[in-house]
Write a protein that binds this ligand. Sequence first.
Ligand code: SF4
Ligand code: SF4
Ligand code: FES
Length: 331
Amino acid sequence: MPKVTIDGHSIEVAEGTTILQAARMIGPEVAPPAMCYYSKLKTSGGYCRTCIVKVSKGSDKDPRPMPKLVPACRTMVMDGMEVLNFTSPEVKEARKGVTEFLLLNHPLDCPICDQAGECHLQDLSYENGSAKTRTDFERRTFNKLNVGNHIQLHMTRCILCYRCVKVAEQITDGRVHGVMNRGDHAEISTYIEQAIDNDFSGNMIDVCPVGALTDKTFRFKSRVWFTKPVDAHRNCDHPKCSGKVVLWYQKEEVLRVTGRKDQWGEVEDLPDGKAGFICNTCRFDKKQTSDWTIEGPRHIDRHSVISSNHYEHMVKPKELTINTIKPLIES
Ligand code: SF4
Ligand code: SF4
Ligand code: FES
């Protein structure tokens, strides 16, 4: 098995593992940010360049460093490879440049954006962005597209990561949208309207790393950090739906339903190894507590703004019933 060392941490991984996957196996202290790679979507990655790393030693057989920084999500590990991520000033500088480019046309309207508080671009900007912009040019804008009753598309916030295109291609019944044009004219094509009708289209909201695709049924109802996330499940009869969700409560009202995300912001794996995507019925039509079997408060990383006033430490699992969590949801 090839052995790779990333920022001084070594791990042996299976043949064909990418640097990004190996870094995630070691942990978040070495894992580069990834705005377009999504492990549950085939052929994702290679678009955003936020995961770039320096390969300071190619392998034991050929120890020469790679001449340029490489995308960690698209570069396979070789035996003896040594990689620098957060420990490389060159990588940090380049990632700042990538972030600046991603923000070049981005409105950064976080105060009115429903993704705020759970936005990967916000995190990336906070960690790698500059306080000032160096461009005076007008940012690109798009005509608003109506993409149905459930999903709002804000093209101005799109970073063209292609994840929603991969969802349409691989999770729904057939791809009817994609990215048209090039450079700063590139946009998710208007055919997205047709993909939106599919009963798995809501997963595009979950995979979108920014506020370009948001849930119309939740828009402007609350900031996410004022809601109380609770794990729940139901026996959904859709064969591809996991039925495992997070209910986002405000008092007794379920404001939105989402898939369950792991520490990388991706939907969690099910015990059988499949991805826990959910159908539109579970996401948009089941907004009553009585529709669900409540499992308990969702674990939220303490670094997330959503963890403020989070109450999971107040409940012992054996005391967990809807009656015990009800007063906490209302608090
Ligand atoms: S997508 Fe993220 S960075 Fe952009 S406006 Fe929304 S919250 Fe802010
Ligand atoms: S709409 Fe979202 S998921 Fe789709 S390409 Fe743009 S940023 Fe990515
Ligand atoms: S995550 Fe590797 S290029 Fe986007």
